[in-house]
Ligand binder design. Structure first.
Ligand code: NI
Length: 182
């Protein structure tokens, strides 16, 4: 999820400080794309990438010390679980305050977790989150919440963050898949 969060294991996303996008550190990955469309495609893209990578490719990383592809999938499964909670809390509470988490502390568990389980969790929870988003009203989209490190944002910003975060990690996985095995 990064930057919540210390984005050490993967590329630091380019924030756009001083713009309305600064609360979403992944805005540059999203560009002009509609976040709802982006996030609806991610499960299928991840499944295709995992198949393309295969068991050996899933253990490859972009560089020494970086997360292997399998850990990126575990991270995405964890982040989707976090987003599930955040989306619901943001709707349920007045001006919900997000609780950041240390993604590296969470990642210490990834050595024993497999890609197949991560993909299953991600796609099931993403489906559940998409169903929730389908029922959200325009009024709810502009509901505010607060991130201790990024400041105030709207519910819509959380959806944009999900989309940009997906694209950031999809790009990493695509790069790993395109690299020749060592
Ligand atoms: Ni991340």
């Amino acid at each position: 999820m990064a930057a919540d969060f210390r984005p050490r294991p993967h590329a630091k996303p380019a924030g756009r400080q001083g713009t309305i996008f600064s609360v979403n550190p992944y805005a540059s990955f999203l560009g002009d794309r509609k976040p709802r469309e982006v996030i609806a495609e991610t499960s299928q893209r991840l499944a295709s990438l995992a198949e393309r990578l295969g068991p050996d490719g899933l253990e490859r990383s972009l560089a020494p010390g970086k997360w292997p592809a399998r850990a990126i999938l575990c991270h995405l499964a964890d982040c989707e679980t976090v987003f599930a909670f955040r989306l619901r809390q943001a709707l349920a509470e007045p001006h919900h305050i997000i609780q950041p988490f240390d993604q590296d502390a969470w990642a210490t568990r990834y050595a024993s977790l497999d890609a197949e389980a991560a993909l299953a969790v991600f796609s099931a929870v993403r489906k559940w989150n998409l169903a929730l988003l389908d029922a959200v009203t325009p009024e709810q989209l502009s509901k505010t919440l607060h991130h201790p490190e990024r400041g105030d944002m709207t519910f819509q910003t959380v959806i944009e963050t999900m989309g940009g975060h997906d694209l950031n990690h999809l790009r990493q996985l695509e790069t790993i898949a395109s690299q020749a095995p060592r």
